[in-house]
Design a protein around this ligand. Structure first.
Ligand code: ADP
Length: 191
């Protein structure tokens, strides 16, 4: 199996690069942001539960997020690998993911961090807001998401660094160049 985590602040380009990775490596893409958006859009019981917190830009609780993630992984018993996008965002989530991988007899092979400055992130999201109109891209909520990243999510990096699984890739530049840098990291894990 090839199990990958793609990591970076809001607007780092995780979605764009994820599409390239799933095509190239044939892994199942699990984006917790997309899953939560699907639930809120369809007014599922889970969606109703998380709608308010999501729209405020805060993180959904670990319990809820981990349960949803686990269910998604278990729906794909035949997968030759996973790409986790937007997860883990806290150290308890990272620990839960390690446990889950272990229970499947596998592990996280690579964590790819897209390194993007805060300034770049703000300008990209301002553009996306005009194009897509995502509810949580409004200014005050965006501020909250950036804060959540720098207060909580950033602590996941030393966790993976300590495990020797972290690779940092420059997230600024042409999309193809960034994809090529990511491929260099991932190719080390495919035979
Ligand atoms: P971004 O573009 O900010 O990276 P996502 O699309 O990944 O955001 O997620 C949107 C929202 O969904 C987050 O602001 C948060 O409320 C919720 N969310 C997504 N993934 C997680 C997670 N792993 N833990 C907690 N909340 C999450």
């Amino acid at each position: 199996m090839l199990n990958i985590v793609i990591f970076g602040p809001p607007g780092a380009g995780k979605g764009t690069q994820s599409e390239k990775i799933i095509d190239k490596y044939n892994v199942v893409h699990i984006s917790t942001g997309d899953l939560f958006r699907w639930h809120t859009k369809n007014d599922t019981p889970l969606g109703l539960k998380v709608k308010e917190i999501m729209n405020s830009g805060e993180l959904v609780s670990d319990d809820i997020t981990i349960a949803m993630l686990r269910e998604e992984v278990e729906k794909n018993p035949q997968a030759s690998g996973f790409l986790f996008d937007g997860f883990p965002r806290t150290v308890p989530q990272a620990e839960a993911l390690d446990e889950l991988m272990k229970s499947l007899g596998t592990e996280i092979h690579a964590v790819v961090e897209l390194d993007v400055t805060e300034e770049e992130v703000r300008s990209r999201i301002a553009k996306r807001k005009e194009l897509e109109g995502r509810a949580d891209d409004a200014d005050d909520k965006l501020e909250r998401r950036i804060q959540e990243y720098f207060n909580k999510t950033i602590h996941v990096l030393p966790y993976y660094k300590h495990q020797n699984r972290l690779s940092t890739v420059n997230g600024i530049g042409a999309i193809e160049n960034i994809s090529a840098s990511i491929a260099e990291v991932l190719n080390k894990h495919v035979s």
